[in-house]
Design a protein around this ligand. Sequence first.
Ligand code: GLN
Length: 489
Amino acid sequence: MERFTVKAIQNMLSDKQISAAELFDLYSSRIADYDQSLNAFITTDIQPNAAYMSDDQDQESPIDSALTGIPYAAKDIFCTQGIKTTCGSKMLENFIPPYDATVVRRLKKQGAVLLGKTNMDEFAMGSSNETSYFGSVHNPWDIERTPGGSSGGSAAAVAAGLAPIALGTDTGGSIRQPAAFTGITGLKPTYGRCSRYGMVAFASSLDQAGILALSAEDTAIFLESMAGFDPLDSTSVEEPVPQYSQYLEENIKGKIIGLPKEFFDGSLGSAYEALIAESIDNYKKLGIVFKEISLPNIGYSVPTYYVVAPAECSSNLARYDGVRFGYRSQNIEDLDQFYRTNRQIGFGQEVKRRIITGTYVLSTGYYDAYYLKAQKVRQLINQDFARAFESVDIILGPTTQTAAFKLGEKIDDPVSMYMNDIYTISANLAGLPAISHPIGFVEDLPYGLQLIAPHFKELNLLNLTHQYQKVTDWHQAMPRLLKSSEDND
Ligand code: GLN
């Protein structure tokens, strides 16, 4: 099986080597053949939008834009008109949205074709995809391991060649961590860069839509179609959207990368450290200058996040009561019991844990001690980054603590699961754009490198990653997959 980049597919379509309908069929049959062992998709029985599928090669395509006929997958957190959107939860098992999320609508308008909705941790809460009501996703590099979470379905699908590119969301690391665990490129844009309208809310001040792809170039092509101000999302920002893909060849010589000493305190394994050292050397060869910096409050990121995110989730998820939204129990005795039963059955363990924690930190008497304190620390973390970016263009660090861990290894230990995001969460707290790109393998498992940029400087991240990917080929390594029918051989 060959994995095609979006760029390659654009060329194949324009050379008429393949039609949009053939492409759709190709990916649909790959999903049918291979997804039983990955469980990357929740919904696949999607009718391709006929308007983009003109098989008649002589006929003008009705929509003539960069993405016409490009298949993609979307995390099942994005509302899709007429197509089930479960958010990985029993609560929304049968929810069919009457509208598209803005990013989905924009991609549709550009001609992109939705292949399926991908599996995810329930309401995007998790780092391993094990909290999904629809079962865990498996990592295509090792079926016994997690692909990471919460956008693990999107990551597994792209890594395995079941979709050329996919949408994900990142509240604390959910694009970058699964990208690292599956050997692909994952971008979390600046908070406010892509509209959150129609994206099921987890923690509204942290959630951001982004992309899981095979290359920085593909990421740039999709980002320029998705990003931009949306009057339907008051937190989206009116900032011009560059044509990212046109600037990827810009010279990066002389750019300064900061290495926060707090990220390199000796706690990474030596094999991962060696890969990072090698990638720093590669960047040096490209003319990048390195400088040690400090982010003194970064150590408080995980505890701060686990106050702010549950607080916001407890309020966002209050709407799922079985009346307006969500699972509705048929055994109604009284109203209290009705709400209780709906939420008890509709939500899984992790979601309940977050709601309880969030309600606690927002309650009278604890609000000042926890929630308000966390907001203050968040501000200090913001200031650390602002100070650092006075002297560097980009900050570099690990994406994860380790390579993909085994399914089941951490699921009963929430604190060790939460620590997975130790390197990624600070970018969400500060609203900064960040990317993870592959830098090599240890014992056949991929590792990623994280780059963080100032607000709205996605181009710097894409530019650097693209140049890196021109001189390395880690991003081209592909896992060997077994057809579902061969699994038991
Ligand atoms: N792992 C983090 C959490 O469980 C982040 C999830 C995310 O980015 N959606 O909250």
